[in-house]
Design a protein. Structure first.
Length: 589
């Protein structure tokens, strides 16, 4: 207890230097465990069962010489489907919130849950994601690593008795250090932890501890797997005359980022509407991905070895099955979008960053070839366009332009391409508009529930709850737990009020029923939750939400339950009030 108090009372830099070291150590060890878990399942599924060896990037012991061969061609869909089955069983049995691409769940925890992540998440995410990727599913390792490190950061903050705000920062630092560590990009990872939470803002408090954590995590991880950048070194120079081409690539990347985001979430909605058990949805997604892989084996796993072959124009090693290589290259970004959407969108466990790097590299290769044919003397090789394609595409799709510029530069050793990357990513970011692959990102800190009181308290005093949209959401004490979960999911809440004969009797929390599969909710009801009347104000509602540990506040008038006021509806009322105030002020200017 003495150490807990001492750490929480230290000044900012001293406290976060210590926390940065701790999070860096667990990020490094967690990344190593995840990396070798993937290698283990690749050996079991792909090497032993299917008889296929996928190319590896130069920075992970790979080579620029590769021969595609597969012993049991017909077992590719079986392998990926089995990976989906095992991953789904693990996730939906032990931690349903670990499904999908991980980073988004960690972002949601930061904004909406005071940075709280269940302690089982890192273990469940490690095993489930390693199986998904190792069996050939089209997914990346950054999302799982982010959720793993963020979960461990949340746990450490709890063990050391830190505040809710400190726990949130620990989660942000875990996201950045986890990704920066496993990709061997400590500078980009530092920026990522601060940038990925918002579309147009930075969590500046996370930058300093992220620097410390990334330095420690990178040192631990790279000491074991090697310090060479993942994709080797690009030593070419920057040519100013190619700037118009980089601008064109930025436009292409921005437009394709919109397609990636829209198709991915279209498939997410398709799978959510399927009237089958969540356990089996990743099996369907895996089977479809495996069928795609029969014609395009490049889409399996992270695809980083193929990215290296694209960078260095080793097209002769791509299996074409008699199809012209140009057609294959044009098809690759589309089929990677499809495969990733089926693998991860179905509920499979894996990230979307690595697929984004592959898609961007493919777009850059196709654009580079077009520019080469148009002006061969100006574009003798396509390598710089492959690299800039990675940056501009995922900078737009993930709304993380600054960190992706730094990360890909670190992954390729291509510092000289920074001007080209800046131009392309700036354009792609603008072209892609509001679309982001991270659904739980918010626009800025003012829009985040994590900073709600900081920015909004004065206005909240003037907003009465009768002015805020009230939703009629509730369950009875005999409602089945699965029905309760469905209602929570539909309304994007982690708890639901229990009402009997229009009387509020308590609430049921998702955390308590996550492992239950049947039976009424009555044993899980938390009684005595605080409620307000419609005459109370929004600031009081905010305080009740903190007390009840929910993102909604129950409204009861004259003893009768009227519904709930959510944090989102209060934010909407706040923005409407601020907009009206600005409009009124402008009239008198």
């Amino acid at each position: 207890m003495r150490f807990r108090f001492h750490l929480s009372s230290l000044p900012y830099f001293e406290k976060w230097f210590i926390m940065g070291i701790i999070i860096g150590i667990i990020s490094g060890l967690g990344a190593l465990a995840f990396y070798y878990a993937i290698r283990l399942f690749e050996y079991l599924f792909l090497t032993r069962m299917v008889g296929i060896a996928l190319p590896r990037p130069l920075g992970e012991g790979g080579s620029l010489v590769y021969l595609y061969s597969v012993r049991y061609f017909y077992l590719i869909p079986v392998s990926v489907a089995l990976g989906g089955l095992f991953s789904g069983l693990i996730v939906y049995t032990f931690a349903p919130e670990a499904e999908g691409h991980g980073t988004d769940a960690a972002i949601r925890a930061f904004h909406n849950n005071q940075g709280k992540i269940r302690r089982r998440i890192p273990v469940v995410k490690t095993i489930a994601s390693a199986i998904t990727i190792g069996s050939g599913g089209s997914a990346g390792r950054e999302g799982p690593t982010a959720q793993i490190s963020a979960g461990l950061g949340s746990m450490v903050a709890d063990l050391l008795g830190l505040s809710d705000s400190d726990r949130r920062i620990a989660v942000a630092v875990g996201i950045g250090s986890g990704i920066g560590t496993i990709f061997k990009t400590p500078i980009g990872g530092t920026m990522l932890g601060a940038e990925i939470l918002y579309k147009r803002d930075l969590e500046t408090q996370a930058i300093y501890p992220s620097l410390v954590a990334n330095a420690i995590g990178y040192s631990i991880f790279a000491s074991v797997v090697g310090f060479e950048p993942i994709f080797g070194y690009y030593t070419g120079s920057f040519n100013v005359e190619r700037i118009p081409y980089y601008a064109i690539l930025g436009v292409i990347s921005g437009l394709f980022a919109i397609f990636y985001v829209r198709f991915f979430y279209f498939m997410v909605s398709v799978f959510k509407r399927m009237r089958i058990s969540n356990y089996y949805k990743p099996v369907i997604g895996g089977a479809v991905t495996g069928l795609i892989a029969l014609a395009f084996p490049e889409i399996m796993s992270t695809g980083y070895g193929w990215v290296d072959l694209l960078m260095f124009q080793k097209f002769q090693y791509f299996p074409t099955f008699g199809i012209p290589i140009l057609i294959i290259l044009i098809a690759l970004p589309f089929v990677k979008v499809f495969a990733t959407s089926f693998t991860v969108g179905s509920g499979g466990s894996g990230g979307v960053y690595a697929p984004g790097i592959f898609i961007g590299a493919s777009l850059g290769a196709v654009a580079g070839l077009a520019f080469h044919y148009a002006t061969p003397s100006l574009v003798p090789i396509i390598t710089p366009f492959v690299i800039v394609g990675m940056i501009s595409f995922f900078g737009a799709a993930g709304k993380v332009p600054l960190s992706v510029i730094l990360m890909v530069v670190e992954m390729t050793g291509s510092l000289q391409l920074l001007p080209a990357a800046m131009i392309a990513v700036f354009i792609s970011y603008l072209v892609s508009g509001k679309y982001s692959i991270y659904h739980n990102q918010v626009d800025d800190r003012r829009s985040s529930p994590a900073h709600f009181g900081e920015f909004n308290t004065p206005v909240l005093l003037d907003i009465k709850l009768k002015e805020v949209t009230c939703k009629d959401v509730s369950i009875r004490d005999d409602t089945d737990v699965e029905e309760a979960k469905r209602i929570m999911e539909e309304n994007d809440i982690a708890a639901v009020p229990v009402v009997l004969y229009k009387r509020l009797i308590g609430a049921v929390y998702l955390f308590d029923i996550a492992e239950a599969t049947s039976g009424p909710v009555s044993p899980y009801i938390k009684r005595g939750i605080t409620y307000l009347r419609s005459t109370n104000n929004a600031e009081e509602a905010w305080e009740v939400m903190m007390r009840n540990k929910t993102t909604w506040c129950p409204i009861v008038d004259d003893g009768e339950f009227k519904g709930i006021v959510t944090l989102r509806s209060i934010l909407d009322a706040y923005h409407e009030k601020v907009t009206m105030a600005k409009d009124t002020a402008s009239v008198f200017e």
